[in-house]
Design a binder for this molecule. Structure first.
Ligand SMILES: [Fe+2]
Ligand SMILES: [Fe+2]
Length: 274
């Protein structure tokens, strides 16, 4: 750890005096190595969560709230099942050594998340919280052979928007195991998202105009399913639908804006007409 810190401060000192070094540091593959080192440094253990000190979720002794939070945990469990599979496939498929090293850390992160959701789910009432629309999005992702599509959809878009969801969960679940988990995921997924943006930049710099056009077309296929998933509620949370109708509209607009910005920043066509 100390050696890493020393190397990074030495690199910073070099970059300040050597413009060539500064340019090399901006190189996406060099940045992937930095994400690899950061991910290793910030890796945590699921036993670090307050399993014996805090309640699993807010108001867990009330049946209605226990079921509500249980369905939130199930949805996160569903998402991280996809994340483990998507990260593992990227680890096997990416051609660059720097990216391979980075994805080796991401597979471990996503497996740890799945471990955490599985343990947390055990402490709550069982409930069906899996979204059929998320399953559809996962199938679309798994059916793609294009690394450019998988990094863009999974890390740049899904994980970018998931950060906002974790912020909301974290605010509503202070002093619970779920809250502690959300805070850990905010750190991990910020790295997953930023590394995805970086690697996508590297991939697109080598992509043909026709591949970029194809990617823009492909995104249009994801968008209706994505919005259907965003506004879907499991049966145990349907009683909130009317109360949260305005909030739902805000979330849809916020995520559409986030996605359009992330996609256009990469030089691709915005998928949402807003
Ligand atoms: Fe995850
Ligand atoms: Fe992630």
């Amino acid at each position: 750890m100390e050696a890493d810190a020393e190397r990074e401060s030495a690199e910073q000192a070099l970059a300040a005096t050597d413009p060539g070094e500064a340019a090399r540091k901006r190189d996406p593959l060099r940045r992937m190595l930095r994400f690899y080192r950061t991910a290793k440094r910030t890796a945590w253990n699921i036993d670090d969560l307050p399993w014996d000190a805090e309640p699993p979720v807010p108001r867990h002794e009330t049946e209605r709230w226990n079921l509500l939070w249980s369905s939130v945990v199930q949805q996160q469990l569903q998402a991280d099942r996809t994340a483990v599979a998507a990260a593992s496939r990227l680890l096997l498929d990416v051609p660059d050594m720097e990216a391979k090293l980075y994805y080796s850390t991401m597979v471990q992160d996503e497996a740890r998340h799945l471990e955490g959701w599985t343990r947390l789910a055990e402490q709550l009432q069982p409930v069906d919280g899996f979204s059929p629309y998320f399953d559809e999005l996962s199938h679309m992702l798994f059916n793609s052979e294009m690394i450019e599509e998988r990094v863009l959809v999974f890390q740049v878009l899904f994980e970018g928007c998931a950060l906002e969801a974790f912020r909301e969960i974290s605010k509503a679940t202070e002093k619970t195991i779920l809250g502690a988990m959300a805070n850990k995921l905010l750190i991990d997924d910020a790295i997953h998202h930023r590394s995805g943006v970086t690697y996508e930049e590297h991939l697109l710099a080598r992509a043909s105009p026709s591949l970029k056009r194809h990617l823009s077309e492909v995104l249009k296929k994801y968008t209706p399913v994505y919005i259907a998933n965003l506004t879907w509620r499991p049966p145990v949370r349907r009683w909130l639908s009317r109360t949260l109708a305005e909030h739902d509209k805000y979330i849809v607009h916020r995520n559409q804006t986030l996605i359009n910005t992330a996609v256009t920043d990469l030089g691709l066509k915005a998928p949402f007409d807003i």
